[in-house]
Design a binder for this molecule. Structure first.
Ligand code: IMP
Ligand code: MG
Length: 172
């Protein structure tokens, strides 16, 4: 099967936008007790870069959900890993690679809200708002994403291509 990659967002553009998001998030959370929660696995590179763009040090924790399996179409949602941290009374910033249908985020937000955090906000590198099937609020968005399947900077196709430093359209 032939596969081509077309660059959609360059490494430099990501770095510039992550620096801006870092400033915006730092300003909003000044002086607060923050837990940054990464949604594994796709958020890993974004979270690492965003963390280093902040001027404060949040606690870090992770959840893991999977919905795609090996392909390019969303499937059954599976909850695979929970937090270690008690988030009650703390400010939670959920970090995602991309919000597409919103189903994973709706599931996670609902689960985390029940634990009564002081606040729950969402930061995603990429957003496809026109694809929503579940109503979700996204507070910080890196870029609006085109209606194509994307890989790189954490995003995969069957676990491949996560390591790419930019974001690419996968053409097959
Ligand atoms: P949602 O539940 O449909 O909003 O999407 C949940 C997850 O699916 C995202 O957090 C990504 O990890 C993954 N995903 C959605 N769209 C893409 C894509 O274009 N490329 C790679 N992964 C994606
Ligand atoms: Mg994700």
């Amino acid at each position: 099967m032939s596969e081509t990659l077309r660059e959609v967002i360059s490494e430099a553009a990501i770095a510039a936008r992550v620096a801006e998001l870092g400033r915006e998030i730092s300003a909003q959370y000044a002086g607060l007790d923050v837990v940054m929660v990464g949604v594994l696995k796709g958020a890993l590179p974004f979270m690492a870069d965003l963390l280093r763009a902040l001027d404060f040090c949040p606690d870090l924790d992770f959840v893991r959900v999977a919905s795609y399996g090996d392909g390019v179409a969303p499937g059954e949602l599976r909850f695979l890993m929970d937090l270690e941290t008690d988030i009650a009374g703390r400010h939670v910033l959920l970090v995602e690679d991309i919000v597409d249908t919103g189903r994973s985020l709706a599931y996670l937000s609902n689960m985390l809200e029940k634990r009564q955090p002081a606040s729950l906000k969402v930061c995603t590198l990429l957003d496809k708002p026109y694809r929503r099937e579940a109503a979700v609020t996204v507070d910080f968005v890196g870029f609006a994403a085109p209606p194509v399947f994307l890989v790189g900077y954490g995003m995969d196709i069957g676990e491949r291509l996560r390591r790419l430093r930019g974001v690419y359209e996968l053409i097959r």
